[in-house]
Design a protein around this ligand. Structure first.
Ligand SMILES: *[C@@H]1O[C@H](CO)[C@@H](O)[C@H](O)[C@H]1NC(C)=O
Ligand SMILES: *[C@@H]1O[C@H](CO)[C@@H](O)[C@H](O)[C@H]1NC(C)=O
Ligand SMILES: *[C@@H]1O[C@H](CO)[C@@H](O)[C@H](O)[C@H]1NC(C)=O
Ligand SMILES: *[C@@H]1O[C@H](CO)[C@@H](O)[C@H](O)[C@H]1NC(C)=O
Ligand SMILES: *[C@@H]1O[C@H](CO)[C@@H](O)[C@H](O)[C@H]1NC(C)=O
Length: 323
């Protein structure tokens, strides 16, 4: 049955590509509901430790006035030769403060098992396919830690909304959290130029913040930022991606060589416990790409082959205006 589904899926992809109707960027696939996490995936740091245990959002009185804050803090900075420049990786979140109660909240979206696990899979003896611990989720926690955001980052009030609007947004957050569950680290583009084609869009904390602003603006909120709103993007550059298939690649004898190649590609990326190990793997990935010009890319739980192009990979911190 799976084989048939795979065949139909692959055939559909071929037809779409064949008729030149492949849509780029490839749409991020949403699910009906969030699947349970495999017990193999164990978080080193608990996800959302100060959030509501049942994942509920706070409820505001409709007539309340809620201040909205743009929050940003550096995750790490790192310099690697002149090729990659200075990494400037920021984490983004949105803050809310109730005028009625004085309580405030931090809303963010991040990896359940850290960035390394969302970027590279595990090898498991009992499972033929590479194994991913790549879910991300929204976390709404009590309080805004002013010092944490202000000291080396940003804490900026960007507007006010009604309690009613907050509650409507909260319903959107829950739905978004149920249906968009896989973290995607990379943005894949044809080149660094202004007119490049985007093959795949990332799905990460800054995309969530951007979607939240857009949801509020669509409801009629007025938000504006005095400072430029910059986000970290982790880019890969490649020619048009080639669709390969899903996990069935690793189960069928007809795709055995491809399966071996993909596993070999991911083999050298060891599992990561720290950010430093994660950076080391990114650099290994970079060298591999320069040498082999191939990246086996995982998106929507499917594999694609990227014919890599100069400058291969880039981590940027660039301005993306409010929607
Ligand atoms: C990544 O996933 C592995 C496998 O579940 C786990 O052992 C490890 O703790 C995770 N890393 C982090 C930083 O959570
Ligand atoms: C989002 O989903 C995760 C995983 O199920 C859950 O832990 C979290 O509380 C949810 N967040 C919100 C704001 O609903
Ligand atoms: C959030 O609430 C705490 C505790 O009342 C307060 O110290 C902090 O300044 C508030 N932050 C914002 C941005 O409202
Ligand atoms: C801000 O940066 C300085 C210097 O890098 C560091 O010592 C300090 O711990 C940082 N503060 C926070 C809240 O991250
Ligand atoms: C991008 O495309 C536009 C419209 O086709 C053209 O006017 C512009 O010069 C291009 N810019 C670059 C950097 O190629």
């Amino acid at each position: 049955m799976n084989g048939l589904v795979y065949f139909i899926h692959a055939a559909l992809h071929c037809c779409i590509v064949g008729y030149g109707q492949q849509v780029w960027p490839e749409p991020y696939k949403r699910l009906d509901r969030r699947p349970d996490v495999d017990p193999y995936c164990q978080a080193l740091y608990p996800f959302c430790p100060s959030g509501d245990p049942d994942g509920r959002m706070p409820v505001m009185r409709d007539s309340d006035i809620i201040s909205v804050f743009r929050l940003q803090t550096p995750v790490w900075e790192f310099r690697y030769g002149d090729t990659l420049g200075k990494f400037h990786v920021m984490h983004d979140a949105v803050g809310f403060a109730s005028a009625r109660t004085g309580r405030n909240f931090t809303l963010e979206w991040y990896e359940l098992f850290q960035l390394g696990n969302c970027t590279f899979p595990h090898e498991r003896a009992s499972v033929s396919a590479p194994f991913w611990c790549n879910q991300g989720a929204a976390c709404c926690s009590d309080g805004i830690d002013d010092v944490h955001w202000k000291q080396n980052g940003t804490l900026e009030k960007i507007g006010e909304i009604s309690g009613e609007m907050f509650n409507e947004m909260a319903r959107w957050v829950q739905e978004d959290n149920e249906t968009g569950v896989y973290y995607e680290t990379w943005t894949v583009k044809s080149d660094p130029g202004a007119n490049s084609t985007t093959w795949f869009e990332s799905y990460d904390c800054s995309q969530f913040v951007h979607r939240t602003y857009k949801t509020l603006l669509d409801m009629g909120a007025e938000l504006s930022s005095q400072a430029p709103t910059c986000y970290t993007k982790i880019y890969l550059y490649s020619g048009e991606p080639l669709y390969l298939g899903d996990d069935s690649i690793f189960q069928q004898s007809s795709t055995k060589d491809l399966a071996t190649d993909i596993k070999k590609f991911y083999h050298s990326f060891r599992s990561h416990q720290s950010v430093v190990e994660m950076i080391e793997s990114l650099l290994e990935a970079f060298e591999k790409m320069v040498l082999e010009k191939t990246f086996y890319f995982y998106y929507n739980s499917e594999y694609w082959k990227l014919p890599m192009k100069y400058p291969y990979v880039k981590i940027t911190y660039e301005e993306i205006p409010l929607p």
